[in-house]
Write a protein that binds this ligand. Structure first.
Ligand code: PEP
Ligand code: MN
Length: 337
């Protein structure tokens, strides 16, 4: 952390700041310029957290040199993390494809989907049982019945399953059924939910918030990890911008940025990023090229009849074609699928 003193700050101001730093057990490094004085602080800056240094007399501003997330930070954990989910892993040599309906609707729908995506090589079945919908009058999900159907599909196919949780009660129920918890975009900064998901020890798929910066996203991951759960996978699912031609704007640059800042695996969800079925395949290919560890793609036996997100869901035939088209891209990226 660097403290920049105001132009012409008095010696008394400077000594006062040095004193605060020392009293909190840290070592200040003074750089006394002709006009501006800069004080560097090395060590655990959380010790200064309650000192409100930015409003101390003579202080111009404080500049952080290290990020506030530590456990999710590549600087402190250079090796890539591989997250085990059921009998598959995300972030290792294998490219992961998760697919399934936006919402679990019926036994037939989930089972047919699980079988179809498995044939194409997907390793994880997705399906929402608790749906965070914009309107309270839209389908809200089958809740525990939906989780039961997901578990049955897992038993029938051996696929791992991931389901979104939207409340503490949902977490309590989901832990009995799922291999991985999903925290959706709308809950990315629900810090209480993040901590509770962390406590379960289950792998967590953390979607990027609608208007979250990468720094905020990694701090959200830190909340889960600070509960002793290092099994976090990040999912870029588009951010809200001024563009209206797509549901969101896929921030492809987030993939290389995450790669440089964090050791956590990162996957891309082109379905929610675009909201349009035709745009899913090209962006899925971009995600592979950008270095993603996997993809999340919505599929439905009959997208026209889907209770949610039909327009962005692929048919099984379209999903099959996409998986085959992706194979050469995945091979080029150095992963197996
Ligand atoms: C979902 O995956 O079904 C979902 C609601 O996604 P997001 O939280 O990214 O909108
Ligand atoms: Mn959806």
């Amino acid at each position: 952390m660097i403290i920049i003193m105001k132009l012409g700050a008095s010696k008394q101001n400077i000594d006062n700041v040095l004193g605060i730093i020392r009293t909190n057990g840290l070592e200040p490094h003074l750089s006394d310029g002709k006009e501006v004085t800069i004080i560097g602080v090395i060590g655990d800056k959380t010790r200064l957290m309650n000192q409100n240094l930015e409003i101390v007399d003579g202080v111009e501003r404080i500049v952080s040199v290290t990020e506030s997330y530590k456990l999710a930070n590549k600087k402190f954990h250079p090796e890539k993390t591989v997250v085990k989910v059921g009998n598959t892993s995300i972030g290792g040599d294998e490219f992961t494809i998760m697919s399934g309906p936006c919402a679990v609707e019926s036994e037939k729908q989930v089972l047919e989907t699980a079988q179809a995506i498995k044939k194409c090589g997907a390793q994880i079945l997705r399906g929402g049982a608790y749906k965070p919908r914009t309107s309270p009058y839209s389908f809200q999900g089958l809740e525990e019945d939906g989780l039961r159907l997901m578990k049955a599909a897992r038993e029938a196919t051996g696929l791992a399953i991931v389901c979104e949780v939207t409340s503490l009660a949902a977490i309590g129920t989901a832990v009995k059924y799922v291999d991985m918890l999903q925290i959706g975009a709308r809950n990315m900064q629900n810090f209480y939910l993040l901590k509770e998901a962390g406590k379960t020890g289950l792998p967590v798929l953390l979607k990027r918030g609608l208007s979250a910066t990468i720094d905020e996203w990694l701090n959200a991951a830190e909340y889960i990890m600070s509960e002793g759960n290092q099994n976090v996978v990040l999912c870029e699912r588009g951010i809200r911008t001024f563009e209206t031609a797509t549901r969101n704007t896929l921030d492809i640059s987030a993939i290389p940025v995450i790669r440089t800042k964090s050791h956590l695996p990162v996957i891309v969800d082109p379905s929610h990023a675009t909201g349009v079925r035709d745009y899913v395949a090209p962006l899925a290919k971009c995600a592979v090229a950008a270095g993603a560890d996997g993809l999340m793609i919505e599929t439905h036996p009959c997208p026209e009849k889907a209770l949610s997100d039909g327009p962005q869901s692929l048919t099984f035939a379209q999903f099959d074609t996409l998986c085959n088209e992706l194979r050469p891209y995945i091979a080029l990226s150095g992963k197996k699928f």
